[in-house]
Ligand binder design. Structure first.
Ligand SMILES: O=C(O)CCC(=O)C(=O)O
Length: 473
């Protein structure tokens, strides 16, 4: 899962947040390129009191949409359980608690349709802002600030509540870096560096804004279909309650609950996201153009259930706006570099702001289009827009942040694991040998063509060419 298409707030590159964060952890520059386990970093956070019962009582009658799937040993080797193939059920967290504990066989628990021995349930990717809009005090229970991530709290966070075996298929998020706090239960993360993308057979079908999925079932791969997967060298880590994980931008991940688990995460946007936004807009345009839905297709197969159909006009607006913003920022960057070369790089913040204001800005109609695109993106993706309008972090903040940091935790680099170890562990975790008859649909030629054209390598080349041509008029 991924950070949604962010609003085009150019004042807000969060690379500073990453610098502050790594500075707090006493990391040398460059160390942030690999995932880090911050053992016990959230041990004393107030949200650690959220047992499943406590969370259930906080939410009361509020219904959550659960994604439900069979335990993975029930899938034929190599089959990826896409979100579109899962079942969905609305239930309260109390229903989920009862279902997990198997204590009360209440008739009206909608989850009881699924037997605990064969299925898992996952309330995944839920914005706390949507859950607690009437209880904003709850946001304070998630103090990312203690790690130097200034101004981040539950308000910008997402929560994931799953039963044993609940998982998210292997994917890469397009925007930002990710920071995850494990609140209850144990959860296993398999992480692969972006350089190993080819080993993971990336695909944009099903399409989800900001997620590149892997075609590989990483715990039970079909190595005849995906031989390059054997060359990958994943990092595996099991988070226990109180641990925090730092996931650098573009790292692939497959995540699975080893026990009933609650985790919270936050994506922190980076300056490089502006280019990623162009990639995403190009991909959306191509996918939607090539795989036009039939008139009576409410939700076509190629669209991830988290997405909505957008019109050609909207897609065009995304593309134009993301290009415009990226180009403006490139100009600003060039201006800054030129200033650096002439020895003026240490402009104080206000000076920098007033200088950049004189650069060409969006016309009012373009501004409207940009805003509209943002609003559409916002509605579609239930984004935590609070995170997108924060002030740029200044040197002053950085110093303040440094005083607040909690240093009572251990920072560990995560070791690489051999693929064989993963595959064997994956198979051993299988709770039963029962096989469901899941057949693979034959792919239409347009699907295959779309997969080729939207392969991230092709999209990168197209984006580069597009920018080059626009720059040269
Ligand atoms: O916890 C999970 O199941 C997935 C989390 C994820 O994909 C993310 O935080 O980017």
């Amino acid at each position: 899962m991924a950070a949604p298409m962010a609003l085009y707030d150019e004042r807000n590159p969060k690379d500073d947040a990453l610098r502050i964060f790594t500075h707090q952890l006493n990391l040398c520059h460059g160390d942030e390129k690999e995932p880090l386990l911050l053992e016990n970093a959230a041990k004393n956070w107030p949200c650690r009191r959220w047992t499943l019962s406590k969370f259930a009582s906080l939410l009361g009658d509020k219904k959550l949409k659960f994604r439900i799937g069979p335990h993975r040993n029930n899938l034929p080797p190599g089959t990826v359980l896409w979100e579109g193939s899962c079942a969905y059920e609305e239930a309260t967290l109390k229903n989920f608690e009862e279902w997990c504990q198997n204590t009360v066989a209440s008739q009206d628990n909608p989850l009881n349709k699924f037997h605990r021995d064969h299925f898992w349930c996952y309330a995944d990717y839920k914005y706390m802002k949507d859950l607690f809009q009437n209880q904003p005090d709850v946001y304070k229970d998630v103090p990312w600030e203690s790690l130097g991530l200034k101004d981040l709290s539950g308000e910008q966070s997402t929560v994931w509540i799953g039963s044993i075996g609940a998982h998210t298929v292997c994917h890469q998020d397009s925007y930002g870096f990710n920071i995850v706090a494990q609140i209850q239960g144990r959860k296993k993360w398999y992480l692969f560096p972006p350089e190993q993308t080819a080993c993971l057979y990336p695909t944009r079908i099903p399409f989800e804004e900001s997620s590149v999925f892997s075609e590989v079932n990483i715990t039970n791969p079909d190595l005849t279909k995906h031989p390059k997967f054997q060359e990958s060298t994943p990092f595996c880590v099991v988070l226990k309650p109180g641990d925090v994980l730092y996931v650098p931008k573009h790292w692939w991940h497959f995540v699975e609950c080893e026990e009933t688990s609650i985790s919270i995460n936050c994506w922190v946007d980076l300056e490089s996201d502006h280019l990623s936004r162009v990639h995403e807009a190009v991909t959306r345009m191509l996918v939607f153009r090539l795989l036009q839905p039939d008139d009576n297709d409410v939700l076509p197969q190629w669209l991830n259930p988290t997405e909505e159909l957008t019109s050609h006009r909207t897609n065009l607006m995304y593309l134009e706006t993301s290009l415009k913003v990226y180009q403006q920022l490139s100009q600003k960057r060039k201006y800054r570099t030129a200033n650096c070369e002439t020895g003026k790089e240490f402009l104080i913040e206000e000076e920098r702001t007033s200088k950049t204001e004189s650069l060409p800005s969006l016309s009012s109609s373009e501004g409207r289009a940009c805003k509209q695109a943002s609003q559409i993106a916002s509605a579609q993706k239930r984004k935590a827009d609070g995170s997108l309008s924060r002030e740029r972090i200044t040197e002053q903040n950085r110093l303040e942040g440094a005083e607040e940091v909690d240093t009572e935790f251990k920072v560990t680099k995560i070791p690489c694991t051999s693929i064989n170890e993963i595959i064997e562990t994956g198979m051993a975790m299988s709770p039963s040998a029962e096989q469901d008859n899941i057949s693979e649909e034959p792919q239409g030629i347009l699907d295959v063509l779309t997969q080729c054209v939207t392969d991230p390598r092709v999209v990168s080349m197209v984006t580069e060419l597009l920018l080059e041509k626009l720059e040269n008029g």
